[in-house]
Design a protein around this ligand. Structure first.
Ligand code: FES
Length: 309
């Protein structure tokens, strides 16, 4: 679970996609290519001192001369998008982590259906580039309220795979989805993803893929109190009923790096030893969970839990 070193990039280009969503093109100053990535991957961006956020890559994976991210200015968000919108101008230097993919395309035949709402379209754009290049059957359904909210409108309407795109306006009625999907990839607000998943209730679980960054936070407050033991120092920290594990650590001065706080990105993962952690993340495999825990969304089913901190 070790993390690769950050890559230094600068903002080569920035432009507005919609009234609230901007696109940043990130490249190396020396013009060298960036590391390869696969469609559906995200990178962590250092948006301000001590503040990292994960954003899906929406550029064509075949072109590593630059990465592109599209970020909505969330006025009531946790501050990451605001920091990026305010400070990352053309020419600004940024640190980004290595691309990670928790939303990968399945390498299987059949129709791949990509369904996204609003800024949730971003990973699906990279997927459409990849599927088009590999000659696979796909359809992209973009759900937005009105045309001015449609990001990458010129690409979706006139690009090389525009014949595979359906734009669905919520102001005009219900979302129509193809019925013969082999794999479905969905990204958007929680309610939207639940509605799409309900439509594909017959689809095997392994054929349903969803991206969580646009969703809500995981509920991780403790029902009953428990004790954390930090293995490096032997220090003990109480987690009160109703408190999150990570909040108890921070309240006691333990620095915890987080990005998504939804159990998706893996930035808060540490080793654990004694106790019974309750895993609620989406980023660890069952095997990983024997030794690691994602602090941002973990609970505890025992009286104490020892963390490798
Ligand atoms: S902060 Fe992303 S998994 Fe915990």
């Amino acid at each position: 679970m070790s993390k690769a070193a950050d890559v230094q990039v600068f903002v080569q280009h920035r432009h507005a996609l919609t009234p609230s969503i901007d696109c940043w093109r990130l490249a190396r100053r020396d013009g060298a290519p960036l590391p390869a990535f696969s469609a559906g991957a995200h990178v962590e961006v250092q948006v301000a001192a001590g503040l990292r956020r994960a954003y899906s890559l929406c550029s064509d994976p075949a072109n590593t001369a630059f990465y592109e991210i599209a970020v909505k200015h969330e006025v009531d968000g946790r501050g990451g998008s605001r920091a990026l919108h305010q400070s990352a101008r053309i020419g600004t230097d940024l640190s980004i982590g290595a691309a990670r993919n928790l939303f990968a395309l399945a390498d299987e035949p059949g129709l791949h259906v990509l369904v996204g709402a609003g800024v949730g379209l971003t990973p699906l754009i990279a997927m459409a580039h990849s599927l088009h290049r590999s000659g696979k059957a796909f359809q992209l359904i973009a759900r937005v309220r009105q045309r001015e909210d449609l990001l990458f409108a010129p690409l979706l309407e006139h690009g090389p795979w525009s014949d595979r795109v359906t734009v669905s306006y919520s102001s005009e009625g219900a979302l129509a989805l193809p019925g013969n999907a082999a794999h479905v990839y969905c990204c958007g607000p929680d309610g939207f993803m639940q509605a799409v998943k309900a439509h594909y209730a017959e689809l095997p679980e392994a054929c349903w893929h969803q991206e969580h960054f646009a969703g809500g936070a995981v509920s991780v407050a403790a029902e009953q109190g428990y004790r954390l033991v930090l293995s490096a120092s032997g220090r003990e920290i109480e987690v009160a009923a109703g408190q999150r594990l990570i909040d108890a650590l921070r309240a006691n001065g333990v620095a915890c790096e987080t990005v998504c706080e939804q159990g998706v990105c893996g930035s808060c993962v540490v080793g654990w030893q004694d106790g019974r952690p309750r895993h609620q993340d989406e980023c660890l495999t069952d095997e990983d969970r024997q030794s690691y825990v994602a602090l941002c969304c973990a609970g505890c089913d025992s009286d104490s839990l020892t963390l490798e901190l």
